[in-house]
Design a protein around this ligand. Structure first.
Ligand SMILES: *Cc1c(COP(=O)(O)O)cnc(C)c1O
Length: 388
């Protein structure tokens, strides 16, 4: 037996008996709200493609029709990888959000690795919500600042952390929490931020495109304006339906990232084709009022009907609707039953969520119909009845 096998075979076997073994489901159709998954057609309630833009063929056509939209950028941005499509996308995103500057990243994971490393120094303090996305936590590890966490959305705990903070404090939070779907209490956070002269990093991966009347995210939702010490991370792989990410902030913050952020400096730029697709996607996001409205109606219909059936949904008005089941095996069992009924809803288990908080993470696309949601509800009711 190899050394790697000797170390990890027992560990992998233990994951299987704990119902925590991870596998990759295979999609063999076009990506969308209906997919062929491991060989069978299912309605997809698992993607973060909230506006259905991954299914928008005009993006693919735009890329195919543009001879400059190559699939390789050839180098990092600072060398020879920065193309006109990157430049225009950054400007268009900055205009859309009303910020001075935007910097593109290849993934949200990398954007979150970059900001805390570039802005924070030894002796500073990062103050995180406990339910922050894993990439924000990994970004804290790459930074030399020390890390403190507060109980989810607990503003008194945040205030205590701010009082005790050494050096410059940076509050770090998801705008919309990825596994719970709830929104960070931004007005209280901004008040505390001001009181303690802290800075803020808000991860809008699940907010840009869908939250706020025109999809401009958590600040728009609360009718607040970000100040000069606020940076926001957006991703292009969720509501934008393509791939990539960006940081939005002031000119000086963006220039600091360009000169200091290792996860931006030492990596190949996104393909220009990808940047062009994202430019078209941004136009679609700006035109998506009807899609956002339909999505909102699907969600409130789903929540009202689920309550009547007796299902425990977490409090969320976003397209992330978690159904709390508690036990890992129970979550897996429900997910398998739903798959048999023709719906793909993944079971989310620890370590992605805390122990005893396993759940089905149901996500909606503006392409879903009321009929598809009703049939999902019937299948969920079937799971519940099979237990009693
Ligand atoms: C998905 C996600 C990321 C990572 O973005 P990618 O572009 O997929 O790397 C970051 N933060 C949050 C909250 C996310 O949900």
């Amino acid at each position: 037996m190899s050394g790697i096998a000797r170390r990890f075979q027992p560990w992998l076997r233990a994951r299987q008996t704990e119902h925590r073994y991870r596998r990759t489901p295979l999609i063999t159709s076009a990506v969308g709200h209906r997919v062929q998954l491991n060989g069978r057609w299912v309605i997809n309630f698992a993607a973060n493609d909230y506006l259905g833009l991954s299914e928008d063929d005009s993006l693919r056509q735009a890329v195919c029709g543009d001879s400059q939209a190559s699939f390789g950028s050839g180098a990092a941005h600072l060398i020879s990888g920065h193309h006109l499509h990157h430049h225009l996308l950054q400007d268009e995103l900055a205009d859309w959000l009303g910020v001075e500057g935007v910097l593109l990243f290849s993934t949200g994971y990398m954007a979150n690795m970059a900001v805390q490393q570039a802005l924070m120094q030894r002796g500073d303090t990062l103050i995180h919500d406990k339910l922050n996305h894993a990439s924000l936590l990994d970004g804290a590890r790459l930074s030399e600042a020390s890390l403190k966490r507060y109980a989810h959305a607990d503003m008194r705990a945040l205030a205590r952390r701010l009082q005790q903070a050494d050096g410059q404090a940076l509050i770090v939070s998801d705008g919309v929490f990825s596994m719970d779907g709830d929104v960070a209490p931004l007005p209280q956070m901004m008040a505390l931020k001001e009181q303690h002269a802290a800075w803020l990093l808000l991860d809008e991966a699940h907010a840009f495109g869908v939250v706020g009347a025109t999809g401009r995210g958590t600040f728009e939702y609360f009718a607040y304006e970000p100040d000069a010490d606020t940076l926001r991370v957006g991703t292009l792989g969720k509501a934008f339906g393509v791939f990539g990410a960006f940081v939005a902030g002031t000119q000086v913050a963006i220039e600091t990232l360009i000169n200091r952020a290792r996860p931006w400096i030492y990596t190949t730029a996104l393909p220009p084709a990808n940047a062009l697709a994202a430019r078209i996607a941004l136009k679609r996001v700006q035109q998506a009022d009807a899609a956002r409205d339909h999505l909102k109606q699907l969600i409130s219909h789903f929540r009202a009907a689920a309550k009547q059936i007796g299902l425990t949904l977490l409090p969320s008005f976003t397209p992330i609707q978690p159904l709390l089941l508690g036990d890992d095996a129970r979550a897996l069992h429900w997910s398998r039953q739903l798959l048999t009924a023709g719906f793909y809803v993944p079971a989310i288990r620890p370590p992605t969520v805390p122990k005893g908080r396993a759940r089905l993470r149901i996500t909606f696309s503006a392409r879903h119909t009321f009929d598809q949601v009703d049939r999902l509800l019937e299948a969920l009711e079937g799971c519940l009845r099979a237990e009693s």
